[in-house]
Write a protein that binds this ligand. Structure first.
Ligand code: B12
Ligand code: SF4
Length: 521
């Protein structure tokens, strides 16, 4: 069969990296079938285009995966494909929780011929074989011989052939940025961020999160050797294509077992498998100095920290009392000392939030080393404890909010603010953290870092801005470039003419500065 795996875009932002499930299922597909991949973030298609593609490419089976946020688009695409007579199977967190919706068993229209519940590493090959024989069933559940749910072990993780996979659609270097990036150094023809998992599962059970329910509260790890080999493959590819390759360890909590993480990082260093990497790690686990040393030495550049709130009462409500706002600054300083920075994620619209929460949060953020703050609204995702609590209390205002997806819009009313006030707080957060002034400050505060580093921070900030402010078209980008022209001019001037002597920070520096200025250095 010719199989197409498709991941829809969310219509608002473009993801900066491809989705792992597609490469994983491609690698797990039984021999004898050809698998094509389309990520709507990189190759946007509407319903008409995808139906045409399926006909032109003579596709026999389509697999679609989607988070709740993209499910409405996923269903529209699935409907268009099914109308051509081709079967559609769906998987991922949303249809796992609401299989009846996808199968049209809840009174609504049917969108999928079959769904894979939960992790599909072991069920996908069965689905493909059944589809090839024309015997596709409706529901595939990962169970053992006795019918008990079985989570796949990651001990025999497949080798994803990164050396040969077509990654053309996933190059992040925009052509317009070439001249600037060339100045930063050789090897910027491509820039890819590749998802790699080293383990699955998280026992913490935060109230709003799908993960503990979906992947389970017991944690499974790949072997160090298999992760290291994957990094070596990626490194070799980057060298071959004279490009940049970074890795996003998509584990929900990369350091959930600190001993294991340290041993993995040591093995990465020993094998010379370092690539620049990003990972999600909760703040409580970053108290360990040795861990942070190893993060930096193994290539760690950014850590995504789900801070959620600076209010301990909110954190307690969300079952995330292990986050201690009092130690956030210390944790970020510890990282920054090793040139590792943080993507700090906040949620507004929690029950103890009141008007002004965005400014109160930003006041703290401004005292921290520069990072990438992101702001979202508390969203009741299907089957989470949060959803169940709000539903039981009759507080959901849009019970099936995913069917009519609106970015950054609440689906329930918080206790101490109106919905509109919560929306305004998020807008305030983004507008003030990503204003041209804030971007310039972030670049200036890293004045003692190499130029390439500061350009990276600046570009990362520009891209992150696009999570909230639509930046999909050329016009939107031009506007942003115009607004930030001073910072761009400064960085470009430095790239072309070299760096001016820096402004002194201490009396001792002042002498050096004056001498440098006198010598024209
Ligand atoms: C990496 C990641 C991201 C990346 C983007 C995705 C990417 N390019 O990889 C980033 C950081 C951008 C991101 C953003 C967001 N994310 Co996210 N993300 C993840 C994360 C950590 C890993 C995803 C992953 O690769 N997992 C590993 C793979 C192997 O698992 P999987 O994708 O589930 O696939 C398996 C099965 O589901 C199944 N499967 C999946 N698809 C298909 C398709 C078919 C046909 C079949 C048969 C099977 C199948 O088979 C796979 C193998 O077992 C997950 C949590 C998690 N651990 O999964 C959250 C998660 C998916 N994200 C989540 C959320 C909520 C978001 C945001 C909305 C957060 C926000 N408030 O802004 C945004 C929205 C992004 C957008 N574009 O709109 C939720 C989704 C819950 C839900 N019900 O939809 C999750 C589960 C985390 C959570 N806290 O609950 N995310
Ligand atoms: S720590 Fe992260 S992955 Fe684990 S339950 Fe909480 S939000 Fe989800």
């Amino acid at each position: 069969m010719r199989i197409l795996l498709y991941n829809p875009d969310n219509g608002v932002t473009r993801n900066f990296m491809p989705h792992l499930w597609m490469f994983l299922l491609q690698s797990l597909t039984p021999a004898g079938h050809e698998v094509l991949l389309i990520d709507g973030n990189a190759k946007p298609m509407d319903e008409v285009q995808i139906a045409q593609y399926v006909r032109d490419e003579k596709i026999d089976l389509v697999g679609i995966g989607a988070m709740t946020r993209m499910i409405a688009k996923a269903y529209r695409i699935a409907d268009a494909i099914r109308a051509t007579g081709v079967k559609v199977v769906m998987g991922g967190p949303h249809v796992t929780e609401l299989a009846d919706e996808a199968l049209g068993r809840d009174g609504g229209p049917r969108h999928a011929d079959a769904v894979a519940l939960g992790e599909a590493d072991e069920t996908w090959p069965r689905m493909v074989n059944d589809a090839a024989r024309g015997e596709l069933k409706e529901i595939y559940t990962p169970v053992d011989e006795t019918g008990k749910e079985r989570k796949p072990s990651l001990k025999d993780y497949p080798v994803i052939p990164w050396q040969s996979i077509d990654l053309e659609q996933f190059n992040l270097v925009p052509k317009a940025a070439f001249p600037l990036l060339k100045k930063v150094g050789e090897g910027w023809g491509t820039f890819r961020i590749i998802p790699v998992e080293s383990g699955r599962g998280c026992p913490y059970g935060c109230e709003f999160c799908t993960v503990t329910g979906f992947f389970g509260d017991s944690i499974r790890f790949r072997t160090n050797e298999s992760v290291v080999n994957e990094l070596l493959l990626l490194k070799a590819r980057a060298r071959k294509e004279e490009g940049q390759m970074a890795v996003f360890f998509i584990d929900d909590n990369f350091a959930i077992n600190v001993k294991r993480t340290k041993s993995l990082l040591r093995d990465i260093i020993a094998a010379g498998a370092q690539l620049n990497w990003v990972a999600q790690i909760s703040a409580n686990l970053l108290r360990d100095e040795e861990l942070v040393d190893l993060i930096a030495a193994s290539g760690g550049k950014w850590v995504f920290i789900g801070m959620e709130s600076i209010d301990p009462a909110n954190l307690k409500d969300m079952n995330k009392g292990f986050n201690k706002p009092g130690e956030y600054a210390q944790v970020l300083e510890r990282l920054a000392k090793r040139n590792v920075y943080a993507i700090t994620s906040f949620i507004f619209g929690m029950d103890n939030d009141t008007v002004g929460v965005a400014e109160r949060t930003l006041t703290q953020v401004r005292t921290w080393p520069p990072g990438l703050p992101i702001f979202g609204l508390l969203t009741p995702l299907p089957a989470t404890p949060l959803y169940k609590r709000l539903e039981a209390a009759g507080r959901l205002t849009r019970v099936k909010h995913w069917q009519e997806f609106i970015p950054f819009a609440m689906a329930h009313t918080p206790l101490k603010m109106s919905v509109e006030e919560a929306h305004a707080e998020v807008r305030y957060g983004w507008a003030h953290a990503y204003s041209p002034q804030a971007l310039a400050q972030a670049v200036d505060s890293l004045d003692d870092q190499p130029l390439g580093y500061r350009i990276n921070i600046f570009l990362a900030r520009l891209c992150f801005r696009g999570i909230y402010f639509p930046m999909m078209g050329k016009l939107a980008w031009l506007k942003v470039v115009a607004e930030n022209r001073r910072t761009i001019f400064k960085l470009v001037t430095e790239a072309v003419f070299g760096r001016k002597a820096r402004r002194p920070k201490t009396a001792e520096d002042e002498v050096v500065y004056e001498e440098a200025a006198a010598s024209g250095d």
